[in-house]
Write a protein that binds this ligand. Structure first.
Ligand SMILES: NC(=O)c1ccc[n+]([C@@H]2O[C@H](COP(=O)([O-])OP(=O)(O)OC[C@H]3O[C@@H](n4cnc5c(N)ncnc54)[C@H](OP(=O)(O)O)[C@@H]3O)[C@@H](O)[C@H]2O)c1
Length: 308
């Protein structure tokens, strides 16, 4: 049977933090979780973007419990400030779901963040790693608590190149820097589950990818990619609403397994309903995962000890 948003179990009493919820897949994830009763924390890069998303969700779910916040994942300082906001707003901490959804793709030129990192690697991987590490003590240590990280079909083209992690030797925007950052997300999500299991934690880490979905993600495409995107997207892609389903499945479905990876069930995993997704070989490389974890801790200056 095809799993849809109407299969989301009741979410009353649950609190979810969803990054990038002002646009695309994250917005639809927030809307559906709110529709099912969850309280949503929506961090965005500006107050106006967070408030606009809240307005659009309230138009469909007037009773939704929504908290705006500020977060720029490319900035170590901003990630820490966001976690302070969470502590101020929700003392004691009690987060049931964290969806690491925000991302940026295909920047035409190599850009550095204020911390000196390549922007796609910083936004898509280092920021979510630090955010997850800092929020971890604020997650409910209970079965049902889930951390979901968004990967991508492009993980199959990705390679973690420790000699070119910041694209300092060579910058290839889509199949280089972006693919590496999304593969890092997947490796992180699976390694996190290994560490949670070893620590005996009831919290689960899962990964998901949306297939190809019509969102703002392709806004940075130029030249041939832009042209191809314009003509091919309507044929090969699905709606953002549908693209949100694998992440929602990972975040809520009782049948989603800890350490699972979910994507659409159609041809090439481009469209369809949530189902187990194909993993690249690198996802099983535990030595690579450990090295990436240590590297992320060092670069973000954030220690991430997974405790039970
Ligand atoms: N769409 C697809 O076909 C596809 C395929 C594979 C994977 N994905 C993944 O799905 C996730 C969601 O993407 P989407 O397709 O929904 O794209 P989107 O519509 O462009 O949404 C991306 C979200 O990430 C936010 N974001 C970007 N940079 C940020 C930063 N520095 N700090 C905080 N938030 C930031 C954006 O905020 P602003 O509005 O401020 O830019 C936006 O809310 C991403 O992880 C992406 O890699 C998408």
């Amino acid at each position: 049977m095809n799993w849809t948003a109407s299969d989301i179990p009741p979410q009353e009493g649950r609190r979810a933090v969803i990054t990038g919820a002002n646009s695309g897949i994250g917005f639809h994830a927030a809307l559906e979780l709110a529709r099912h009763g969850a309280e949503i924390v929506l961090p965005a890069r500006s107050e106006a973007k967070a408030e606009d998303a809240i307005r659009r969700i309230r138009a469909e779910v007037p009773q939704a419990k929504l908290t705006p916040a500020l977060l720029d994942l490319s900035s170590r300082r901003s990630v820490r400030r966001f976690v302070e906001t969470i502590d101020d707003r929700f003392p004691g901490g009690s987060i049931d779901v964290l969806i690491n959804n925000a991302g940026v793709m295909a920047l035409p030129r190599r850009e550095l963040t204020e911390d000196g990192f390549e922007r796609q690697f910083a936004t898509n991987f280092l920021g979510p790693f630090a955010l997850t590490a800092l929020l971890f003590p604020r997650l409910k240590p209970a079965s049902g608590t889930r951390i979901v990280t968004l990967a991508s079909l492009i993980v199959h083209q990705g390679r973690i190149d420790f000699d070119n992690l910041q694209s300092e030797r060579k910058y290839v925007s889509l199949y280089g820097a972006y693919a590496q950052s999304k593969l890092a997300d997947l490796i992180f999500a699976l390694e996190l589950q290994r560490r949670l299991s070893r620590a005996g934690s009831p919290i689960a880490s899962l990964a998901a990818h949306p297939g190809i979905a019509v969102t703002n993600l392709m806004a940075h495409f130029t030249g041939l990619y832009k042209l191809l995107g314009r003509f091919l997207t309507p044929v090969i892609a699905q709606s953002a609403e549908r693209g949100a389903l694998p992440g929602l499945f990972a975040a809520t479905a009782p049948e989603a397994a800890a350490g699972g990876y979910y994507g659409p069930n159609g041809a090439g995993e481009r469209k369809g309903f949530p189902a187990p997704a194909r993993l690249p070989a690198a996802a099983a490389d535990e030595a690579l995962a450990s090295r990436l974890w240590d590297t992320a801790e060092r670069l973000t200056k954030t220690r991430f000890d997974v405790v039970g």
